[in-house]
Design a protein around this ligand. Structure first.
Ligand code: GCU
Length: 436
């Protein structure tokens, strides 16, 4: 393109030029329509008739009859597809990683909880990133199960506890929190505590481990910082087409946290949890790392629990357009082209089998397609059946606020896109029965 070229060049009036002028004007007038995002579909009757790929038939058409065939053959090919074409591959191994327990106390939450703060450092090519794991453990339970999940605005936002430092990392701007320069301030302490029912967890014998996702990989489309750049070869500025986007980087960060948690003698099982984009990351972490004893997806939507081929609410094209850094470059080709995807998200859920899996929706969260999230859990259930585990038996959605809890669990809560006490009450009840 020529620099400084005017947007609209009208030519002197000859017949041909009049035509050209008219065409130029028409293109300008129509361009908002041509380039605008299409309206999201919220009409069930417009959901395309889609054949869903069968978790129990291989890409080459062979039936899978038992869990050995699933594990040795089908699971692997599905996993590889998600790894190369959806979330992207981790390019290499780290050179080094380490953990430093830099703060510990047994007087958190009025003496009810033990608090630990651990710095996790990951090194590759002489470059290091460090992120902080904040842990609360119930003192009454010497070896407690924990929920591990990312928070959006810093560890200090999940609690009023003054011993948790304000994150120095990138945070998303948020007017209502007074964040305008991607920096968190003291004013944001505790602003997200309603999303983390910490006292409920503690009272039920559970702990919480949480990390600010921006310390692992800032959520922006530049790839110059966070985890990705550790792995660059000279001159490289972004991952290769089939390599990891941010969701896979966040999942990797959770796995490294697991390396610490599995060696903490006060911790038993780790259940990985995530809301929304971080629910997508929790699912991919659960698929890639079998040490997670259970997986919870809260309102994870498109690219998470929701079926892509349903095209209801957010679509593959929309998500790749709005968040180009979340997935592998190779996932872009499926935008407006979902039919050609040889997998769908129920098969991501199936990768968690036979471990307990909870998918939760919110009734007003149509953007995340509650029905698509439910059907995905339903269609994943046939893989759980290979292990004799009960999943979701009926394709009929349960009523609002009527949880269905088996090894695969689902609820649709009344209200909007959020994490509420109601959600946590369900997760705790379910975990007590199914995650052992
Ligand atoms: C956007 C995005 C969703 C995502 C959500 C979130 O709405 O389109 O895919 O889940 O943000 O993370 O809050």
């Amino acid at each position: 393109m020529t620099p400084n070229r005017p947007l609209l060049t009208l030519r002197p009036t000859t017949k041909l030029n009049t035509m050209k002028n008219l065409i130029t004007i028409a293109i300008l007038l129509l361009s908002p329509m041509i380039f605008a995002q299409p309206e999201a579909n919220y009409d069930e009757s417009k959901v395309p008739k889609f054949p869903l790929p069968d978790p129990l038939t291989t890409f080459s058409g062979n039936p899978i009859a038992n869990k050995t065939q699933w594990e040795e053959n089908r699971r692997f090919e599905i996993f590889q597809f998600f790894e190369r074409q959806v979330y992207g591959k981790v390019p290499d191994r780290l050179d080094e990683y380490s953990f430093k327990l830099w703060e510990e106390s047994d007087d958190a939450y009025g003496g009810k909880a033990r608090r630990k703060q651990v710095a996790i450092s990951l090194t590759k090519n002489k470059r290091t990133i460090t992120y902080n794991l904040l842990i609360y453990l119930p003192k009454g339970n010497p070896k407690a199960p924990v929920f591990l999940g990312y928070n959006f605005y810093g560890n200090h936002t999940v609690t009023d506890d003054p011993k948790v430092p304000i994150t120095k990392a990138w945070v998303s701007n948020n007017e209502s929190f007074g964040i305008t320069d991607h920096k968190a301030t003291e004013a944001t302490r505790g602003v997200r505590k309603h999303r983390w029912a910490i006292e409920k967890m503690l009272d039920n014998g559970y702990g919480l481990a949480t990390i600010h996702y921006g310390e692992v990989d800032p959520d922006k489309n530049d790839f110059s910082d966070g985890l990705h750049q550790l792995f660059y070869k000279d001159g490289q500025v972004k991952p290769k087409t089939n390599e990891w986007g941010s969701i896979a980087a966040w999942a990797f960060g959770l796995s490294k946290a697991m390396d610490y948690l599995e060696n903490d003698t006060n911790i038993s099982d780790v259940i990985v949890f995530g809301h929304s984009r971080l629910g997508k990351a929790a699912l991919w972490a659960g698929a890639t790392d079998k040490r997670f004893a259970g997986v919870i997806s809260n309102n994870s939507g498109c690219g998470g629990a929701a079926l892509s081929k349903r095209k209801f609410g957010e679509t593959v094209a929309r998500i790749n357009n709005s968040f180009p850094h979340w997935f592998a470059g190779s996932f872009k080709k499926y935008g407006n082209n979902e039919r050609t995807l040889p997998v769908d998200q129920h098969q991501l859920l199936a990768l968690v089998a036979p471990r307990p899996l909870y998918v939760a929706s919110a009734a007003e969260d149509r953007w995340a397609d509650p029905k698509g999230e439910f059907l995905s859990a339903y269609h994943a259930s046939k893989v759980y059946a290979l292990y004799g585990k009960q999943g979701i038996d009926s394709p009929e959605m349960p009523a609002i606020d009527q949880p269905l809890q088996n090894t695969v669990a689902y609820h649709i809560r009344s209200g909007k896109h959020d994490v509420t006490d109601y959600d946590w009450e369900q997760y705790i009840t379910w975990a007590k029965t199914f995650v052992k």
